[in-house]
Ligand binder design. Structure first.
Ligand code: SF4
Length: 498
């Protein structure tokens, strides 16, 4: 049994479905990229540490259970990430296991646990503390202060005392200098890290046959934190960051650090990256980064998620910088209705501008992915037909490599959640226990009472889910030449035109 100062456990989401013989399956594989940086920060300060991604462990050893970790390690502290709400149940389930198997102090962190910190502390005795907002320095301070009588000195901390739940007064918000000191590439701290980069190449669930996936190795690139706008459905917008972390404007990682991270990715065989931090329409920061990458000879692909439209200069710079093997630009107009897009998206653009942007991408030979959503505020059956029509016209005119539509779930802490009446949202999920129970039911193979967590003033949840199905059926019809499937979508397009 190895004594260890801090064990990080990433709680993969489990589910069972009748369609797959009620097998225990794993979904939402991505681990917050800051986990490695936090583990490295502790390591650099003399603390022993190790990270386990429970999904990766289970995929490569089917008999793996979390309890196994405690026959190998005797941790002083266990850190569990609860950034995305999809881990609400599994994070709490693992916290309970930790308390049964060890005397470790359990600390959780991430946006979801920040937003629900009081409710989680009140309902789950197995959680000793929650770090709210930026967690790196607070976690290091927690390690230093653990043996003291009080944790009051640890910033951003909500914790238990004999007298109840307390919130420390200190506030920590990471600035560019802080971010620049973090090392996101100490992969050896993550158990089976090479396998993590291989299975991350799958867009969705963990493939049960992970050993077959060895073509592409992918990693997320830390670029910055924050946003300048507030999309109606997103908890990571400007106001969300203000209330969760205290950050009122975006902060970038130093460009030199990003280039050296990419170079390190190459060294360990990662050939494809995902870049998803684009808070300003002015892309000068990226033009400078791309120039530095070319000077350093970084040779890597990227899937670059655009938060707003870009111009031809960006397309050319992008093309000159990234290896074309797996590189794409990703745009999410969400709706074909300009009214609905304006009402919900922080960065607005017209349908004509989308077509012009696609034309430029085609002329510059850049593959494009386009994503739509159903269920937006103000969306009706009629104007969803505009979404189908825009998707059809894009498919007919441009060489798109991926186009799809998903229904949006209610994110805790986003504008819909905070002020549903303003957006015509009728919420069904109103607190942490609703998210916990949703994912507990899913892990037990029980169909959820609600899949999205809301109706709107314009559509029921079932209609919203049905729209995404119609969209994807229409696409399948195009792919397979199935006119019966295309016709279903065209019926809605006709309604939209009446
Ligand atoms: S652009 Fe919109 S969806 Fe993207 S982070 Fe900002 S608020 Fe969220």
């Amino acid at each position: 049994m190895e004594e260890i100062d801090c064990l990080f456990i990433h709680p993969s989401t489990h589910y069972r479905s009748q369609a797959q013989d009620m097998k225990d399956l794993i979904t939402f594989i991505t681990m917050p990229m800051g986990t490695i940086a936090m583990a490295d920060l502790l390591y650099a300060n003399g603390y022993s540490t190790k990270i386990y991604h429970t999904g990766i462990e289970q995929v490569y050893k089917r008999s793996f259970i979390v309890e196994d970790l405690f026959s190998q390690h005797d941790p002083k502290v266990v850190g569990i990430d609860l950034h995305w709400y999809v881990h609400s149940y599994d994070a709490m389930r693992i916290a309970d296991i930790v308390k049964k198997q060890s005397d470790a102090f359990v600390v959780i962190g991430g946006f979801t646990s920040t937003f629900f910190s009081q409710e989680i502390m009140a309902n789950f005795d197995s959680v000793d503390a929650i770090i709210r907002g930026d967690a790196e320095i607070p976690l290091l301070e927690l390690m230093k202060n653990l043996s003291k009588d009080t944790l009051e000195e640890v910033p951003n901390l909500t914790y238990r005392t004999k007298h109840g739940i307390k919130t420390s007064k200190g506030v920590y918000i990471a600035d560019e200098e802080d971010l620049g000191k973090l090392d996101y590439t100490n992969f050896e701290l993550l158990s089976n890290y090479d396998k993590y980069h291989r299975v991350t190449t799958q867009a969705g669930d963990l493939d049960p046959y992970g050993w077959k996936l060895h073509l592409k190795r992918m990693a997320w690139v830390p670029l910055g934190r924050g946003c300048t706008v507030n999309c109606s459905y997103c908890s990571g917008g400007n106001k969300g960051h203000c209330s969760l972390t205290g950050r009122d404007k975006p902060v970038y990682h130093p460009k030199e650090q990003v280039v050296s991270i990419l170079a390190r990715f190459e060294e360990v065989g990662i050939d494809s990256t995902y870049m998803d931090f684009d808070p300003y329409v002015d892309r000068s920061w990226y033009h400078e980064l791309f120039e530095m990458m070319r000077v350093e000879g970084v040779d890597i692909s990227t899937e670059f998620a655009l938060w707003s439209l870009t111009d031809r200069a960006f397309a050319r710079d992008f093309k000159r910088t990234f290896n074309p093997l797996y590189s794409t630009l990703v745009l999410s107009p969400e709706s074909g209705s300009e009214d609905v897009r304006r009402r919900n998206k922080g960065f607005y653009y017209t349908n004509d501008q989308i077509h012009q942007w696609l034309e430029t991408s085609r002329e510059e030979y850049i593959p494009v992915e386009v994503y739509f959503a159903s269920g937006l505020s103000g969306e009706t059956q009629e104007n969803f037909g505009e979404t189908l029509e825009l998707a059809r016209s894009i498919l007919e005119k441009y060489p798109i490599i991926s186009i799809t539509c998903n229904s949006i779930q209610m994110e805790p802490g986003g504008p819909w959640y905070i002020d549903p009446g303003r957006y015509g949202i009728r919420p069904k999920w109103k607190g942490f226990m609703d998210y916990y129970n949703l994912f507990k039911a899913s892990a037990d193979g029980i169909p959820p009472r609600s899949q999205l967590g809301y109706d709107t003033d314009w559509q029921t949840e079932q209609e919203i889910l049905g729209n995404s199905i119609k969209f994807n059926e229409m696409l399948e019809g195009f792919a397979l030449g199935r006119w019966d499937l295309i016709a279903k979508g065209e019926d809605l397009i006709k309604i939209a035109k009446v």
